[in-house]
Design a protein. Structure first.
Length: 263
């Protein structure tokens, strides 16, 4: 399949590790001009080196905090300065703390989760839209969670704000179609990342189980019988951001091995 991504400028948020790094690697394989973004300089340098070694395509990077408006402006402006425009944006952010409603009695933790998992996406989209419109189109993929289809226990913050990304994306798909800007949402199920390792640990402590028992119990609920890999998740990201995707917009797609039973 021809993706048409060669030399296309792509920003991948939170891309020094995990799902973001895997997506950046796949974009680099397609010879896109990739911009990494993360607050962790050492991890960014390592990701840059690993991606270049694997693909021969060296991504650029910007150090910044996704919850800071000025840092989002910086990564977009530096992408435009380096590559001329922005063709694709992958919005991605780490998850908020696990816990129930009664766990979070302070407004501050709710505000931080909002800024991390919803407002950061709004800001990023706002910054790239003028460049996509000027270029005649673009692609946006917003990472969320399988909880947008079927809420997950003990994840009140994630369940709340990631669902806001669905409303944002669906509404924007109606508004941006005339500009040839396609926007979609992806949600991971149990993909083998540090975030899932953290959640497995939290579940184990809460249930009085070992992490291995939590892992085995989770697999019983996955029809494909295993956790997914970041690479599997990234391949769909690349397709949705590619020029091979010409008619999919406003959709929410889960990569979860069939785990989620909701439509």
């Amino acid at each position: 399949m021809e993706t048409g991504l060669k030399d296309k400028p792509v920003i991948v948020m939170a891309s020094s590790a995990g799902l973001g790094k895997a997506a950046a690697l796949e974009f680099a394989r397609e010879k896109a001009n990739v911009m990494l973004f993360s607050p962790f300089e050492d991890e960014l340098k390592q990701a840059q080196a690993e991606i270049e070694a694997a693909t021969g395509n060296k991504p650029a990077y910007v150090i910044g905090d996704i919850t800071k408006s000025e840092d989002i402006k910086k990564v977009v402006s530096e992408t435009v300065n380096a590559f001329g425009s922005v063709f694709a944006l992958v919005n991605n952010a780490g998850g908020p703390p696990a816990g129930s409603f009664d766990s979070f009695t302070d407004d501050d933790v709710w505000q931080k989760a909002y800024e991390l998992n919803l407002l950061s996406y709004i800001r990023s989209i706002r910054e790239v839209l003028p460049h996509m419109r000027k270029a005649g189109g673009g692609r946006i993929v917003n990472y969320t969670s399988s909880s947008v289809k079927q809420v997950l226990d003990n994840l009140i913050l994630s369940n709340t704000f990631r669902m806001g990304v669905i409303g944002l994306s669906k509404t924007l798909s109606q508004e941006l179609g005339k500009d040839n800007i396609l926007i979609n949402v992806m949600g991971p199920g149990r993909i083998g990342t540090a975030r899932i390792a953290y959640l497995d640990e939290v579940r184990a402590k809460k249930a009085g189980l070992t992490i291995e028992q939590v892992h085995d119990n989770a697999i019983k609920g996955i029809p494909l019988g295993r956790y997914g890999t970041p690479e599997e998740y990234a391949k769909l990201t690349v397709f949705l951001c590619s020029q091979a995707n010409t008619y999919i917009t406003g959709q929410t797609m889960l990569v979860d091995g069939g785990m989620t039973k909701a439509f």
